[in-house]
Ligand binder design. Structure first.
Ligand SMILES: Nc1ncnc2c1ncn2[C@@H]1O[C@H](COP(=O)(O)OP(=O)(O)OP(=O)(O)O)[C@@H](O)[C@H]1O
Ligand SMILES: [Mg+2]
Length: 446
């Protein structure tokens, strides 16, 4: 189930849980404190109330029956308090709840009075805080009722305003600290993600620092070990390739010498042509392996300038196709990459476009919203059968099985292109154009 307000980032989730927990615990603590205080305040309120009511009662009972009204009228009473003598108790307020009755009766009984002067009956109506409470007491001698109705102010569990301020401040500090801690804790994850990304672009990217808390240092160490294993793996394979390429050269040379001795002129000729082809393939393989081994440094370069140079060189090599070579895009574009490798990749694509499509129109698109640079190379040739569009990236895969001299090539061009672009974190894809021609699209992350 997807929660509506559940954030996506780990930092935000942890912070949310922490803050919610903090609020819950603090809220519970505050409620406990308030309850406790309210209990205490109620007790105090009931005691004060009973004391004031009994003070009136004692004054009234001490004077002769005839003077009681006058004394009552002259008794100083705070605002809101109603005192009267009547034949029946007041019934305007609803009967008080049991706990109010008990609390008040206990406190009323505490008044020091001889038993004969105590009220014959007590009726309590209304309620405690907030509200009004009426205490009716039947006088023992003349049988009349003394009613005292008093407003009861609401209870305030947090009396000083500083209390709530201090509480708010404490919460704000705790909130700030937990947000800071969460950000700090998740920072290594971001570093790890960035390092993994960098490794994808360049196997020789610098290792992660292995310091910090143990878990993070362990993760960094594991990551660095993985990176060095990948590096060794890649190096071993490339060296193997170079060794095979190198060792094949001697037997090929020997075979060439022996081919001279073949009697049949035609057979000898074919044999030598095959050996030439084999030699070209081995040379290409060796060049590829050498490139992969001599890690070129990543530098800041002008991609627009580099692409124009590639096109110029292609035009120089094929003056007859110069008309069909064009560049569109910005005059300059700074990009971080390996100059020679990128040049080789684009030269291969432009070379293919000219060789198979008779044209090379190159278009450079500046970085998009996420920083990806796109380069498109279009030609007007026959294109590639849809089923072959991916297969041509396999080494030694050629559209035309005979490796004939005019269209040249051994079928290592596209694999090298892809290899170089992937080492930059990008990629290349091919698509046929309508009505004819091929479009190679290169995407490179900025
Ligand atoms: N622009 C294109 N139009 C049509 N076919 C193409 C195009 N580019 C490549 N191909 C096909 O893909 C095959 C593989 O290309 P790739 O560049 O890998 O090798 P190559 O050009 O044959 O040899 P080289 O190693 O010299 O580049 C080519 O033989 C060709 O059939
Ligand atoms: Mg090629």
């Amino acid at each position: 189930m997807r929660l509506f307000l559940w954030p996506r980032s780990l930092a935000a989730r942890t912070a949310l849980v922490l803050v919610a927990g903090l609020f819950l615990v603090q809220g519970a603590a505050l409620s406990l404190h308030a309850w406790d205080r309210i209990d205490l305040l109620r007790l105090e309120q009931a005691r004060g109330l009973a004391f004031r009511v009994m003070a009136v009662y004692r004054t009234v009972i001490a004077v002769p029956e005839a003077d009681r009204e006058t004394v009552l009228a002259g008794f100083p009473h705070p605002p809101g308090v109603i005192m009267r003598l009547a034949d029946a108790p007041a019934v305007r307020l609803p009967p008080a709840p049991f706990w109010v009755q008990r609390l008040l009766r206990v406190n009323l009984a505490l008044a020091p009075l001889p038993p004969r002067l105590r009220p014959r009956r007590i009726v309590i109506r209304g309620g405690l805080a907030p509200g009004r409470v009426a205490v009716g007491m039947r006088l023992p001698d003349d049988g009349r009722w003394l009613d005292v109705t008093t407003p009861v102010p609401p209870l305030r569990p947090w009396r000083s305003p500083g209390f709530l301020w201090a509480f708010g401040l404490m919460m704000a500090v705790a909130l700030g600290l937990s947000l800071w801690a969460v950000r700090r804790l998740t920072a290594p994850l971001r570093t790890l993600a960035a390092a993994a990304d960098a490794l994808g672009r360049d196997v020789n990217a610098p290792p992660l620092p292995e310091d910090g808390p143990t878990e993070i240092a362990t993760a960094a160490r594991a990551f660095n070990t993985m990176a060095s294993r990948i590096r060794r793996f890649v190096r071993d394979r490339t060296e193997l390739l170079a060794a095979i390429g190198h060792d094949l050269r001697t037997p090929i040379t020997r075979l060439k010498l022996r081919a001279e001795f073949i009697e049949d002129e035609e057979q000898s000729h074919k044999f030598l042509a095959d050996l030439d082809e084999l030699e070209t393939m081995v040379a290409a393989t060796l060049a590829f392996a050498r490139d992969a081994r001599d890690g070129e440094p990543v530098v800041s370069l002008d991609l627009a300038e580099l692409l124009r140079t590639v096109l110029d060189e292609a035009a120089d090599a094929r003056p007859e196709a110069a008309e069909a070579i064009a560049y569109t895009g910005p005059a300059h574009l700074t990009f971080r990459g390996r100059t020679l490798a990128l040049k080789r990749a684009f030269a291969n694509l432009v070379g293919n476009a000219l060789a198979y499509g008779g044209a090379a129109r190159l278009c450079l698109h500046p970085p998009d919203a996420v920083g990806t640079v796109t380069v498109e190379i279009e030609d007007d040739g026959p294109g590639i059968p849809p089923g072959e569009l991916e297969a041509v990236f396999e080494p030694f895969r050629r559209g035309e099985p005979s490796r004939n001299k005019e269209t040249g090539g051994v079928g290592l061009g596209l694999p090298i292109v892809r290899n170089i672009l992937r080492a930059h974190g990008g990629d290349v894809s091919l698509a046929n154009r309508t009505p004819r021609g091929l479009r190679a699209t290169v995407r490179l992350p900025g």
